[in-house]
Design a protein around this ligand. Structure first.
Ligand code: OAD
Length: 239
């Protein structure tokens, strides 16, 4: 298993890099993760808050939860890991940032286009006419919010049981498969299809570098499993 110095060399030598991020990259910005200590799914039930069925049953309850999360995320600032990825993007000829996060902290750090596999908490979508628009108001003035057409608006995120945005997973697979290095940061890698990108990249011969405070199901199979906080390790890796 390679160490930080070796992982740094791989990353520095690679021209094609893909990065997969999860909630752990935003933990040091004060955004709670989903699993592990203090994780949201310890306190709340995903099936009551993050499924289309839950929204159909009680849109106001679901919106209260998203409004609460928007309040926390709205106060959060990108940390050193988000910022280091912006530097990495500048240096690499081919760079794809794939994120499971809906918090928009990569945008705020200055990252370019991302594959936001699970959508964006700062966007709304009309359940009636399908319109899709940004909304950064915190707190939202009225719950549940509505579209100009009168239809009920929903958060612009992907819920459990829903497909990912059209074509996005294919694009993510293409990037992970073509990459010389896949950097996997702060994800428990248990939610599919996002988690499948790790074995996918390995079959495509990429060096897989994992940055996480804890072991995951893939840790023993990756090329470097770096244990520690993203805000400390990612800047060191990117150098
Ligand atoms: P999780 O909450 O499942 O995992 C967060 C990971 O980050 C864990 O493996 C932690 O060990 C690690 N971690 C925590 N703090 C860290 C730090 N400072 N530096 C590095 N690593 C740290 O989050 P995700 O894997 O992103 O989906 O969860 C995937 C999906 O499950 C989410 O996108 C969300 C959730 O349910 C939907 O809502 C559809």
């Amino acid at each position: 298993m390679a160490d930080l110095a070796q992982a740094r060399e791989w990353l520095s030598a690679a021209t094609r890099v893909a990065v997969l991020t999860g909630a752990g990259i935003s933990a040091e910005s004060g955004v709670p993760t989903f699993r592990g200590e203090g994780g949201l799914w310890k306190e709340y039930k995903p099936e009551e808050l993050a499924t289309p069925e839950a929204f159909l049953k009680d849109p106001r309850l679901v919106w209260e939860w998203y409004n609460y999360r928007r309040e926390i995320i709205g106060k959060a600032l990108p940390n050193a890991a988000h910022k280091a990825l912006v530097q990495l993007e500048i240096r690499k000829r081919e760079y794809t940032l794939i994120t499971q996060n809906v918090d928009g902290l990569h945008d705020r750090a200055g990252s370019g286009r991302q594959l936001k596999l699970h959508g964006d908490i700062w966007r709304m979508r009309c359940t009636q006419c399908g319109a899709n628009w940004p909304d950064r108001r915190v707190p939202l003035p009225k719950l549940p919010p509505h579209c100009a057409c009168g239809g009920l608006a929903r958060p612009g995120v992907v819920w459990f049981g829903e497909p990912l945005p059209d074509g996005m997973m294919k694009e993510a697979e293409h990037a992970a498969g073509a990459a010389e290095v896949l950097l996997v940061i702060g994800t428990s890698a248990v939610v599919y299809p996002a988690a499948s990108l790790v074995p996918y990249a390995r079959h495509g011969d990429a060096k897989v570098i994992e940055v996480n405070t804890e072991d995951t199901q893939f840790s023993k199979d990756v090329d470097a499993a770096l244990r520690g906080k993203a805000g400390e390790l990612v800047p060191q890796l990117v150098g």
